[in-house]
Design a protein. Structure first.
Length: 314
């Protein structure tokens, strides 16, 4: 019996760049992705998604990886630490100024349990939203003695009191290297760095790695750069492949094999207060984020073992 991709190829022909070829690839990858079981980590993975460069797909990566893992049955919590609140928008969370948010959590006025909302598109996913109020937080907490650990204390307290443990916690960081980002890096054990497949992709990456090193040295010795993901990848250009190969040669063990393509649907989804996983589940953007999420899930044993070894050293 012919597969869907065989039938589509027969109808549209075998031209490599034809519509039929693209539809066949989408169908094959979608079917393969939804025939596998995503393994769950043995303990909660806490992941900050960070890059001080804007426009690299950081928030898009946060919400869509979280959604893909939530859609696979994992229990996921997203903390929005970006005052723009774009992750909150994409996850359908209310984040009007004055409502309980991550701002109130890090300032100690409320707990994560009181600020949390369930994502309407996924039963297994929760979000603590951010509002524009968060933009003033760095100045307000700058003189506090434990200013780098405010989020960590709140998250530790919440996770310890949860009846059902989370498989993943994602923290969406603002495009900076300020106090909010340091709070995020102190609250997690892993950093995921999205890198745009363009000429300036590696510009600033050294500065980010240096900042992570300072956080490791002074605040969070077990922090691990566990994952890099190349975004906005255009398979038609030599440049995209060159950028991917360059990043992969520098960081061979942490760059995912999956790349995220440029996609109109990925860009459209937040305007409907949805992730692309919910908005266009059969499209190439959702498929790519699903494949990246599967890679992350499959790498859990190795990552958790590395973290355990780092804890043993400290």
């Amino acid at each position: 019996m012919d597969s869907a991709s065989d039938i589509i190829r027969r109808i549209f022909g075998d031209q490599a760049d034809s519509l039929g070829s693209e539809i066949a690839e989408e169908t094959t990858r979608y079917q393969a992705l939804h025939m596998v079981t995503f393994p769950k980590p043995a303990s909660t993975r806490r992941i900050a998604v960070a890059n001080q460069k804007g426009g690299v797909g950081k928030t898009t990566t946060t919400v869509n990886l979280a959604a893909a893992l939530g859609d696979s049955g994992a229990r996921v919590l997203v903390l929005d630490m970006d005052p723009q609140g774009n992750a909150s928008t994409a996850l359908g969370a209310h984040h009007i100024s004055g409502e309980p948010s991550i701002y109130d959590v890090i300032e100690g006025r409320t707990t994560i349990r009181e600020a949390i909302q369930q994502c309407p598109s996924f039963d297994h996913m929760d979000v603590v939203p951010a509002s524009i109020d968060l933009s003033g937080a760095e100045l307000e907490i700058a003189d506090l003695g434990d200013r780098t650990d405010l989020l960590k204390h709140a998250l530790d307290e919440y996770l310890e009191s949860c009846e059902e443990p989370y498989d993943y916690v994602f923290v969406d960081c603002p495009p900076s290297l300020g106090l909010l980002v340091i709070n995020a890096m102190c609250a997690v054990t892993e950093v995921l760095i999205p890198i745009q497949a363009e000429y300036y992709a590696l510009e600033g990456l050294g500065q980010l790695i240096n900042t992570i090193g300072l956080v490791q040295e002074h605040y969070n010795p077990v922090l691990l750069v566990s994952t890099m993901l190349v975004t906005m990848f255009d398979k038609r250009t030599i440049l995209s492949r060159q950028v991917y190969d360059e990043v992969k040669s520098h960081y061979p063990n942490i760059v995912l094999d999956t790349t995220i393509p440029r996609s109109v649907k990925i860009s459209e989804a937040p305007s409907f207060q949805q992730t692309v996983i919910a908005y266009d589940p059969h499209g190439m953007g959702a498929i790519a984020y699903g494949e990246a999420a599967l890679e992350i899930a499959r790498r859990s044993p190795a990552v958790l073992a590395t973290l355990e070894a780092k804890r043993g050293e400290h």
